[in-house]
Design a binder for this molecule. Structure first.
Ligand code: BGC
Length: 294
């Protein structure tokens, strides 16, 4: 397949950056103390930083992994425990309904309840439209969009069944990991961009539907964050130079940039925030090509 760019099946992801990989909150700042969280695709990249960041903010965290990344998920769990936090690893393919139902049951039986879902698991399978196979389309829509629907649905069921949260003003919090590509078209990635465009309406519609039950639903739209999923875009000086032309703020993002946003959105500091997607992108969505054009 000539125009197809193969990318590994990684959860939004891969190696985190050398610095700022945890997004840890300062020691005394534990706005999520006692709360219980589930992070899908938590074994690497953005999900790993979010899991560690939520734990540093006081939450017990279930770290979801898909298939054979149990070592990586175990390492995240170990990191959290070494720092005095509570964590478990939970396996599930988020595109599989029965597996998602079982993952929520496992998480709530280990923790007693759930307060925070970060629906983060995502993949890329890039190809020009003319060359894209149905399998490549369905794989990305299945994990990125159907997977988020299933997790959002199970979290809402869980929040409604367990009643009000003792440690938070909201009954439950949901954060969906989107992308700047919920807004910016992306040639060669139609399955990915369509999945993220779908997440934009999943967030708003779910938020509108469950606000009266005190459930908050928000999104985060990361720009170019230094992880394994986009390694080819930052690993050589030439590629990085090209990428930085798209980022007015002048640096590539770090997983910690996203983790700190997730901690804030999950906390009572954001209690009046629902149905919003926060772009954490160094200005990538500001159409930088128009600075001296148009
Ligand atoms: C993608 C990355 C890409 C970034 C900016 C993200 O959603 O996963 O591969 O670098 O968007 O284009």
């Amino acid at each position: 397949m000539t125009d197809s760019v193969e990318t590994a099946r990684t959860a939004e992801t891969g190696e985190a950056a050398e610095t700022d990989r945890t997004g840890s909150a300062p020691a005394a700042h534990r706005p999520l103390a006692g709360q219980k969280a589930l992070v899908t695709g938590g074994s690497s990249g953005i999900g790993q930083a979010v899991a560690i960041g939520l734990a540093a903010a006081g939450a017990a965290v279930a770290v979801n992994y898909h298939g054979d990344e149990d070592d990586a998920a175990g390492a995240v769990v170990e990191t959290i425990r070494r720092d005095g936090g509570e964590a478990i690893a939970v396996q599930a393919d988020v595109s599989d309904e029965a597996a998602v139902v079982a993952m929520f049951a496992e998480t709530t039986s280990a923790f007693g309840r759930l307060d925070i879902l970060v629906a983060n698991a995502g993949i890329q399978r890039d190809a020009a439209i003319a060359n894209m196979t149905l399998e490549e389309w369905q794989a990305v829509i299945g994990t990125n969009l159907t997977g988020q629907f299933l997790c959002v649905r199970e979290a809402i069921r869980c929040y409604l069944a367990q009643g009000v949260a003792p440690l938070s003003r909201a009954r439950g919090k949901i954060i969906c990991m989107s992308s700047v590509h919920e807004l910016i078209p992306w040639a060669g990635h139609v399955n990915y961009a369509a999945s993220k465009g779908g997440i934009a309406q999943l967030v708003k519609t779910a938020a509108q539907e469950v606000a009266a039950q005190q459930i908050r639903v928000n999104g985060i739209a990361p720009g170019a964050i230094k992880t394994g999923i986009n390694e080819q875009a930052w690993s050589s000086p030439e590629a990085l130079d090209k990428l930085l032309k798209l980022i007015p703020y002048g640096r590539i993002g770090e997983p910690g940039d996203i983790a700190r946003t997730a901690v804030w959105l999950a906390s009572d500091d954001a209690d009046y925030v629902t149905g919003t997607t926060i772009f954490v992108d160094g200005g990538m969505s500001l159409y930088p090509a128009f600075r001296d054009n148009g």
